[in-house]
Design a protein around this ligand. Structure first.
Ligand SMILES: Nc1ncnc2c1ncn2[C@@H]1O[C@H](COP(=O)(O)OP(=O)(O)O)[C@@H](O)[C@H]1O
Ligand SMILES: O=P(O)(O)OC[C@H](O)CO
Length: 651
């Protein structure tokens, strides 16, 4: 009998892989090619979409030839791809418009700051599940349309097309200018900021907000479906699935049920938790995203903690600092010392992603003394990945109300035993790795195989999952806590670097002045609310957001152990605004007033006395950044206040 295989293409940030799998999910052949990373300016990261397409043209025939497999033996192709990376191309020539702008690129930072102040900004996250951040595609499309003369008109006519990389590849594989199919799958579409998470279609309000013409967008389709048949590279293969690479890894790790999670350690690292058929909005900096959608079945959603820089920090250590010759050498070098020697590296190269979402942050090496050697730096590089995972897991646990009990891992960095042990240690849970480390490719193959009936159901796929490695926590809890608190201190140093004190910090970044300005604004809001002609709902929304953002920033930046008066109950009574609204408002105002007076007499005088000017400036920036982060998270909504409950304190 003729053997049949499934093919996957994993188009990643650094390379593209084509893998053939057999019916038991075993790897039959692999072909891979790296593509060039372009860094034309600080914070800018670009790829040449034509180079990526050319690489696909080489690795697909090579994977077939290496395995001695004919195209007719391939039942289907599944594509997984780096997400959010934005390609614009001419429908008639097939040529890309400039280079693709990569997910790590921060050039849209200033534009986003501007957009955050525009009407409708507060609705974006509820519609698409994502915060306004440089990470996603829509701001990049707008950036390109604004900066290339005549491009908007061509896009409006449908002469210029937009796609993330899977769209670009599917369009090319199915004929390009000669009848190429212009589609995307729901998981990739959920990373653009243009798709409504609930309807799974392009959303007019979001298109308006980002000023992106509908004519340039691909059609949104399920993750498993035959989109078309290849007519180029190797003709005659059905393209049967597409998924963003992190969703593909979720699928490859067989996290099919709610509550199942995985973390993929590559260029960046991405923790995804399956939350089932309803989107869950995060109150702790996680993204809400589509996990997968099998044919006509309802979509399965996920919460995601995205970390921008993990493996790429190792690459920087290798290529930028030239302290090692290859990535695995980082482990050898790190083992030359006992510990980090007091040194921490926070790699905010693209700002900080989850759970912080500080686009303006930039990296730091903290705790340097003359004792530090390159061995300590190597440890700090690996530990940065561990601590960033810990921050994301803490946030995920807080969102889901459950404590993660094991972490399934995959990706290139899981080859590093020292790192995997450190991750188990700082999370205090076992870390397990499956037999097939190429989980992204496997997930894409699983989806394609399901789509064409090569595999009958999810249960069969589950049986293919076998554990190959496990790391159990051994770290002393007291050490874990003290190291974590040093890490968090180092993280705070990165905040506000590119934007010292956003506009909301008059008259400077001094912590005391920032807090006082907040108090005056809050008092003014109460006064405005007494005016009969005021726009009450808008003022209440601003008051609630200001109070919660201020209270949370106070707790996180100034007084972590504070036990003060609960704010949530009184605030909720105002937000619910029933018949007793006036009474509730007076009661809230009295409490807030008492807090303000006490704080200005006590805490603020103490801060003036005890902190140096530079400490006050540093903390002031951190306070403003944390407050902004809370505002971006829609912290004043009744749902958030209810969820925070007793944790929300005023003094
Ligand atoms: N032994 C190792 N220790 C630490 N990092 C490693 C090791 N091997 C590879 N890496 C890192 O893992 C990344 C590659 O993983 P991979 O899963 O192929 O990434 P991607 O899919 O994002 O291209 C690189 O950034 C590399 O620096
Ligand atoms: O290509 P990777 O593995 O670095 O993954 C990139 C992510 O999809 C970015 O969101």
């Amino acid at each position: 009998m003729v053997q049949r295989y499934v093919m996957s293409i994993d188009q990643g940030t650094t390379s593209t892989r084509c893998i053939l799998f057999d019916a038991r999910g075993r790897l039959v052949s692999v072909a891979q090619r790296e593509h060039q990373q372009h860094f034309p300016r600080p914070g800018w990261v670009e790829h040449d979409a034509t180079e990526i397409w050319r690489n696909v043209g080489r690795i697909v025939p090579q994977a077939l030839a290496d395995a001695g497999v004919e195209p007719a033996q391939v039942v289907g192709l599944g594509i997984a791809n780096q997400r959010e990376t934005t390609v614009l191309w001419d429908r008639h020539s097939g040529n890309p418009v400039g280079r693709a702008i990569v997910w790590q690129d921060t050039r849209t930072d200033a534009m986003l700051e501007q957009l955050a102040r525009e009407p409708g900004a507060d609705r974006v996250r509820r519609l698409c599940g994502l915060p306004l951040a440089t990470y996603f595609s829509a701001p990049r499309v707008r950036w390109m349309l604004e900066r290339t003369p005549g491009l908007r008109e061509r896009a409006e006519r449908g002469d210029v097309l937009f796609g993330t990389v899977e769209s670009w590849l599917i369009w090319n594989l199915t004929g390009g200018p000669e009848g190429g199919v212009h589609v995307t799958d729901v998981t990739n579409a959920s990373r653009t900021m243009l798709m409504n998470l609930r309807t799974l279609s392009w959303d007019d309000e979001l298109l308006d907000f980002f000023d992106v013409p509908r004519a340039m967008l691909p059609e949104i389709r399920p993750s498993t479906e035959v989109y078309g048949t290849t007519s180029r590279v190797v003709p005659g293969i059905r393209i049967a699935a597409a998924l963003g690479d992190q969703q593909a890894a979720l699928f490859g790790q067989t996290c099919f049920a709610p509550g199942e999670a995985k973390c993929t350690y590559g260029t960046g690292s991405f923790l995804l938790l399956n939350t089932g058929p309803t989107p869950v909005l995060s109150a702790h900096g996680m993204l809400t995203t589509v996990g997968f959608k099998i044919g006509d079945e309802p979509a399965v959603y996920a919460l995601e903690g995205s970390i921008a820089v993990t493996g790429s920090l190792v690459q920087w250590f290798r290529d930028g600092l030239e302290l090692i010759g290859s990535a695995p050498e980082i482990e050898t070098l790190a083992r030359t010392v006992e510990d980090n020697g007091g040194c921490y590296i926070v790699p905010a190269f693209s700002g900080l992603f989850a759970p912080h979402w500080h686009s303006e942050a930039r990296g730091v090496i903290a705790g340097l003394t003359s004792y530090i050697t390159k061995g300590h730096l190597a440890r700090a590089v690996l530990e940065a990945t561990g601590w960033q995972t810990r921050e994301v897991v803490d946030a995920m646990n807080a969102d889901s109300g459950l404590a993660l009990s094991t972490l399934k891992v995959d990706g290139g960095m899981t080859a590093d035993n020292l790192l995997m042990q450190f991750v188990a240690d700082v999370l205090d849970v076992p870390v397990v790795r499956p037999m097939v480390a190429e989980t992204v490719s496997l997930g894409a193959a699983y989806a394609a195989g399901l789509s064409v009936g090569y595999w009958p159901d999810l249960e069969g796929l589950r049986r293919n999952w076998h554990r190959a490695g496990q790391w159990l926590p051994t770290m002393d809890p007291a050490r874990r806590d003290s190291e974590y608190s040093h890490w968090r201190q180092a993280v705070e140093l990165t905040f506000g670097w590119m934007r010292p004190g956003p506009a909301a910090a008059p008259p400077g970044s001094d912590l005391v002045e920032v807090v006082l300005a907040d108090h005056r604004r809050i008092e003014q809001l109460f006064r405005d609310l007494r005016n009969d002609e005021a726009d009450r709902p808008a003022l209440i929304a601003e008051l609630s957001a200001s109070l919660v953002a201020h209270a949370t920033a106070t707790e996180r930046i100034i007084r972590p152990d504070e036990t003060g008066n609960g704010l949530a109950g009184e605030l909720l009574a105002v937000l619910d605004s029933g018949a007793d609204f006036e009474k509730a408002l007076v009661s809230l105002e009295n409490s807030v007033d008492a807090h303000i007076r006490a704080e200005e007499r006590g805490l603020l005088n103490e801060l003036r006395r005890t902190l140096s000017t530079s400490d006050r400036t540093g903390l002031g920036r951190a306070f403003v950044a944390e407050r902004q982060r809370q505002l971006d998270l829609d912290c004043g909504s009744a749902a958030h206040v209810r969820e925070q409950g007793a944790r929300l304190r005023l003094s």
